[in-house]
Write a protein that binds this ligand. Structure first.
Ligand code: FAD
Ligand code: NAI
Length: 511
């Protein structure tokens, strides 16, 4: 069978090539070349944040053209799509973190990093105040003022609570690593307390009841991960809790996953029913105490009723609100006064009412959804824009030099040659300066819905849509996220976590 022989040779060859490539990429990141020192003659570009938007900008920008300073309270990039999996130990948190130092150390030139928060922007004098986040010697907070030529705001968003009483004090959120760790700890904490012999029925049921508020992708994915944890591990290790363990998802709108297509919404709701996750739609949470959620439900006849949900764990996932530094900018810049959701930007992502300030990702108020996909594309766009601006600066100074030489030239022939060169560079400069506005290309949406099933709304060639849900989609979900992981290291760690959970189950010990 000559065909089989060729097939095996090709497979074998590709495997060797892939292994060699992986080994080379690991070696390359572990042995970065020496970097050029900061050059004071270059413009200073300050980037706020180490999330999806800022890091994709950082990856693509030519760092040798600027003095780049990155400021963020988090010295790592976080792969948020797998954060819900960290709450149950399906994936360990360090597997989805990538140190920012490994990104900046591999750039063409030195990039400075400050672990601090941008606290206020003096947009008229181009000054940024930053405050050290964690100071371990308790010496009080340290602030610094940075001068910038260009500033990029990529600070993301914080959790919205809509000012609902009791939420901030009693609920867990799911945005950052400490949030996932806190949830993981509380799940086990509630289960161990519920197994304590002397509890009455009501108290045990309450402790084992998790209420998830918000039927967007965060709430849905978390509810799914928790129910998986229960079905695959907890009910086997701690059978005495099985009859009382319960997950309820509360959503104010008539259905969960409002941004997905109708058939996927129905598929998700049916899957949740099969998984025994209770879904309460048209139910708006109004108040939270330390052990009860109070909500207003709209009945099919349109009348309202008050629902009380005693809980042991409350996870709040009702979307985004602007961070303090963004609110501060919105209140100072007159052109931003009418914005509520975030910074208003123009089609080049320039913050309205400012010069030299751009914003991207979840901290902006645009027509796009606040997703990693949008933030990444905006980051790539801004990197191209800054590379173009730097190229324009170089051309401008070359033209000025040539013009000086032309003025000093004595014979007409060389004068003419130099002027021709000036003209050609001026044409190139005009082309370089003609920037294109940002355009978003939507690739689709994916969400995990539990029991090894996922839903996918995919977009092909800008207009055709393909909706699918089930186990095959779950395999696609896994391979898509593995390929999107930040580094080879992250990919290997996540795959190892998944294998570990398949073989040994999730770790139920309480840290
Ligand atoms: P972020 O990624 O949030 O980064 C903000 C950065 O700014 C952080 O480094 C933060 O530490 C830093 N920062 C905060 N305050 C300051 C300050 N004052 N000064 C300086 N830096 C500051 N989207 C998808 O497309 N697909 C998904 O599957 C998906 N899954 C998700 C799952 C979860 C659980 C969550 C919470 C979100 C998910 N998202 C997903 C949404 C996605 O994570 C966000 O849209 C994306 O992170 C936005 O990127 P960003 O760069 O704007 O902000
Ligand atoms: P979201 O804004 O998508 O959903 C929040 C939900 O909470 C809404 O459906 C809203 O109706 C509901 N809600 C608000 N107040 C409520 C109340 N008082 N009571 C009951 N329900 C209430 O927020 P989410 O899920 O945190 O996502 C934020 C962003 O991140 C979105 O753009 C989302 O697309 C993206 N994301 C994407 C994921 C994916 O693609 N797999 C996963 C997680 C987030």
């Amino acid at each position: 069978f000559p065909f089989l022989k060729t097939f095996w040779r090709l497979t074998y060859g590709s495997l060797i090539a892939a292994t060699a490539l992986t080994a080379y990429s690991i070696y390359d990141t572990r042995h970065p070349a020496d970097q050029a020192k900061p050059d004071p003659s270059k413009k200073t570009l300050v980037i706020l944040g180490t999330g999806w938007g800022s890091v994709s900008l950082l990856k693509k920008i030519d760092a040798s053209q600027y003095n780049i300073i990155v400021v963020s309270p988090r010295n790592f990039f976080l792969f948020t799509p797998l954060l819900p999996s960290c709450t149950t130990g399906t994936v360990e948190h360090r597997s989805i973190m990538e140190p920012i130092r490994s990104v900046i150390r591999n750039k063409e030139a030195h990039v400075t990093f400050y672990e601090a928060e941008g606290t206020s922007v003096d947009y008229e004098n181009k000054k940024l105040t930053i405050t050290e986040t964690d100071n371990h010697d308790n010496s009080g907070s340290t602030t610094k003022v940075l001068d910038y030529d260009y500033l990029v705001v990529g600070v993301g968003a914080q959790n919205s609570t809509f000012g609902i009483p009791g939420v901030q004090e009693n609920a867990c959120f799911l945005k950052e690593i400490p949030d996932a760790q806190k949830i993981r700890q509380k799940i086990m904490d509630r289960i161990e307390s519920a197994s304590f012999k002397n509890l009455d029925d009501e108290d045990r049921k309450r402790l084992l009841h998790t209420v998830v508020v918000g039927g967007g992708p965060t709430g849905v994915e978390f509810a799914a991960e928790l129910q998986d944890f229960f079905e695959e591990d907890l009910r086997k290790w701690i059978p005495e809790i099985a009859k009382d363990f319960k997950v309820t998802l509360v959503e104010a709108l008539p259905n969960v996953l409002p941004s997905f297509s109708k058939q996927l919404i129905e598929y998700t709701e049916k899957t949740f029913k099969d998984e025994k996750i209770t879904v309460l739609t048209k139910t708006m949470v109004k108040k939270v105490t330390e052990d009860t959620v109070t909500a207003e439900a709209t009945k099919p006849d349109g009348t309202k009723e008050i629902v009380q949900l005693p809980y042991g764990l409350l996870v709040w996932a009702t979307g985004n609100a602007a961070r303090p530094v963004v609110r501060d900018m919105m209140s100072r810049i007159p052109a931003q006064k009418n914005s509520r959701r975030g910074l208003l930007v123009n089609e080049y992502l320039v913050v309205e009412g400012t010069e030299g300030i751009w914003a991207l990702g979840d901290c902006t108020a645009t027509k796009f959804a606040p997703t990693a996909q949008v933030a990444t594309q905006e980051g790539i766009y801004l990197a191209g824009l800054f590379n173009q601006l730097a190229q324009a600066d170089v051309l401008e100074s070359e033209i000025a030099q040539l013009e000086n030489i032309a003025r000093a030239a004595t014979d007409e022939a060389s004068h003419k040659t130099i002027l021709a060169e000036v003209e050609s560079k001026a044409r190139k400069l005009r082309r370089t300066r003609s920037l294109l506005p940002f355009e978003y290309s939507h690739q689709g949406s994916l969400a995990y819905i539990g029991s090894d099933k996922a839903v996918a709304d995919l977009t092909f060639w800008a207009s055709s849509n393909f909706a699918s849900g089930g186990r095959l989609t779950y395999l696609f979900w896994r391979s898509a996220y593995i390929s999107m992981c930040f580094s080879t290291r992250n990919r290997l760690l996540v795959v190892m976590d998944w294998l570990k959970v398949k073989v040994f189950g999730r770790d139920v010990s309480r840290e």
